[in-house]
Design a binder for this molecule. Structure first.
Ligand SMILES: Cc1cc2nc3c(=O)[nH]c(=O)nc-3n(C[C@H](O)[C@H](O)[C@H](O)COP(=O)(O)OP(=O)(O)OC[C@H]3O[C@@H](n4cnc5c(N)ncnc54)[C@H](O)[C@@H]3O)c2cc1C
Length: 216
């Protein structure tokens, strides 16, 4: 089986199955906070498979499967610190910003923190300047990632008539043209996240970028 990502827009549930080699897979079932009980341990295996099915997957995919790792529920909220440097202490990784794990960006963000901080420490004799620059840069790139995850949360996970109306406009356009979705999985915080991109994602792009050429 290749990686499967599926989503049920009618209940805002969502699932991912990722092959990790040697006939093993990691399976995720993502549901709205408070919409059902947390799942944990072997007593909830049946409920987990049923949940994957209501999320748009298929219970038959799990036939004959054996659980070899923990089954646990996590609160998929973003938590972050603004300006992650103070008094000689720099925060990196989840300590600086733990991004919603349902978008799968946390480890890349942690590696980026390490790279950015390393480069600044090497480039600056003055480590106070390096640490302050890191904190500013972290605010910028985590802010961009957070913004894009917020759009996806708003479109795919929010509930109620207003959210349904947004989906009725956006989802058919996204199905017709997947490039409307910012490529945050591949580009992370570097995916463009301006107002033009937001409007295309939500299917509200009734204006277009205007390219003006100056001709002598
Ligand atoms: C369910 C789930 C799914 C995820 N899926 C993805 C994914 O698909 N892709 C992705 O990129 N990211 C994913 N993430 C996020 C990713 O796991 C984290 O962003 C990443 O592990 C953060 O690395 P870290 O080193 O900052 O923190 P951690 O990996 O949490 O490491 C911190 C370590 O410090 C140890 N520690 C804590 N306190 C102390 C102490 N007082 N003394 C000594 N040691 C201590 C902990 O035991 C731990 O080993 C997921 C997270 C969750 C919860």
């Amino acid at each position: 089986m290749v990686q499967r990502t599926y989503r049920n827009p009618s209940n805002q549930q969502h699932g991912v199955i990722i092959p990790i080699g040697q006939g093993r897979f990691r399976a995720y079932f993502i549901f709205h906070h408070g919409s059902q009980d947390s799942l944990s341990g072997s007593k909830d295996e049946v409920a987990f498979v049923a949940g994957c099915a209501t999320a748009g997957g298929c219970a038959e995919w799990f036939e004959g499967a054996e659980r070899i790792g923990p089954l646990a529920t996590f609160n998929a909220a973003d938590r972050w610190v603004a300006d992650p440097y103070r008094e000689g202490v720099v925060l990196i990784g989840d300590a600086a910003a733990s991004s919603d794990p349902s978008f799968g960006a946390g480890l890349s963000l942690s590696f980026r923190d390490v790279r950015v901080l390393r480069d600044l420490l090497i480039a600056n004799e003055d480590w106070l300047t390096a640490a302050q620059s890191y904190a500013r840069e972290h605010d910028r790139y985590y802010g961009s990632l957070h913004q894009q995850h917020d759009w996806a949360r708003e479109l795919f996970f929010q509930r109620g008539p207003e959210a349904e109306a947004k989906r009725a406009i956006a989802l058919p356009k996204l199905a017709d043209d997947p490039s409307r979705r910012p490529d945050v999985l591949a580009l992370g915080p570097d995916a463009p996240s301006d107002e033009f991109v937001r409007r295309r994602f939500f299917g509200l792009d009734y204006y277009k970028r205007i390219i003006v050429a100056a001709i002598r």
